[in-house]
Design a protein around this ligand. Structure first.
Ligand code: NAG
Ligand code: NAG
Ligand code: NAG
Ligand code: NAG
Ligand code: NAG
Ligand code: NAG
Length: 238
């Protein structure tokens, strides 16, 4: 391989492999995928230090937003739905769902319930008002009660935590009950590229090492040839 091609070619291969394997990662700040109408949420697309060249979709339609984050201010019902993001050097992210509600109480859960990962539940009052005498329910049975509002934090969820949750509490001296939320705990996603993700960097290192070794050894042979030119046949005296 000609010398000037080596670096760029390898870099190109690495970038291509990353594009095939690495997904863009889409998260929400704050983390709740169910919010009240009028609230704000920021969608963040990570993986890259740059903040341009992002492609966003909402309900399958490409958005004019091209920055690494998408600020949803004063959310309306139309902001509900499915979101994806993609940086040009990576695959499209998983789909993230946002639901906008108009209610007194809203049971919020941190985005996805993945086996072994933490899960946070929150009984959220309209206009951020304090909620008193909060009870969390699972499958219709009271789970936790607090006079002052608290979040439920499960450090490591198991499939046993799947179920229908709701909460009730007192807001402006009146009792309210939230809509139910079905939580389904899923196994950590194992994409078909999952193993490759760890194998590819190793492969790249091996390729690079092999390439470098080849380069050095051919260079050495060249040098040897220069230092030790083939001995000229001596003129034979007859
Ligand atoms: C949403 O963001 C806007 C602009 O930054 C701010 O004026 C407003 O108070 C925020 N709303 C909430 C509910 O935090
Ligand atoms: C993106 O970068 C530009 C310039 O580098 C900066 O002005 C802008 O505020 C950044 N946007 C975000 C969302 O970080
Ligand atoms: C939020 O949007 C609603 C309509 O959806 C509008 O009536 C209201 O004035 C907006 N509030 C702010 C602070 O922009
Ligand atoms: C996106 O889909 C959701 C759920 O079907 C819907 O409530 C929302 O209005 C849609 N928004 C747009 C802009 O299409
Ligand atoms: C619940 O968790 C959220 C996010 O971590 C936090 O902002 C809020 O203060 C917590 N609420 C209570 C009542 O602990
Ligand atoms: C939630 O789960 C219950 C019980 O499995 C089911 O009857 C109900 O239809 C589900 N609701 C939604 C919105 O998926």
């Amino acid at each position: 391989m000609p010398i000037p091609m080596r670096g760029p070619a390898l870099l190109w291969i690495v970038l291509l492999l990353f594009k095939i394997i690495q997904k863009s990662s889409l998260s929400m700040k704050p983390q709740w995928s169910r919010i009240f109408i009028g609230e704000n949420v920021t969608l963040l697309c990570r993986n890259s230090p740059s903040n341009i060249s992002f492609k966003w979709t909402h309900n399958g339609t490409v958005s004019p937003v091209t920055t690494s984050s998408w600020n949803i201010v004063n959310a309306s019902f139309e902001d509900s739905g499915e979101y994806t993001c993609q940086h040009k050097n990576f695959r499209e992210s998983k789909t993230v769902y946002l639901e906008v509600f108009s209610d007194w109480l809203l049971l919020q859960a941190s985005a996805e319930a993945i086996e072994g990962k933490p899960l946070l539940l929150r009984c959220h009052g309209w206009k951020d008002r304090n909620v008193y005498k909060v009870t969390y329910y699972k499958n219709g049975q009271a789970l936790k009660y607090w006079y002052e509002n608290h979040n439920i934090s499960i450090p490591s969820v198991t499939t046993q935590d799947s179920g229908t949750y709701h909460c009730s509490g007192i807001l402006w001296k009146l009792p309210y009950t939230s809509e139910p939320l079905n939580i389904t705990v899923i196994k950590a996603p194992q994409s078909k590229y999952y193993q490759l993700q760890y194998f590819i960097p190793l492969l790249v290192v091996i390729l690079f090492a092999a390439d470098t070794w080849l380069f050095i050894s051919t260079q050495r042979q060249k040098d040897k040839k220069l230092l030790n030119p083939h001995p000229k046949p001596r003129p034979q005296k007859g």
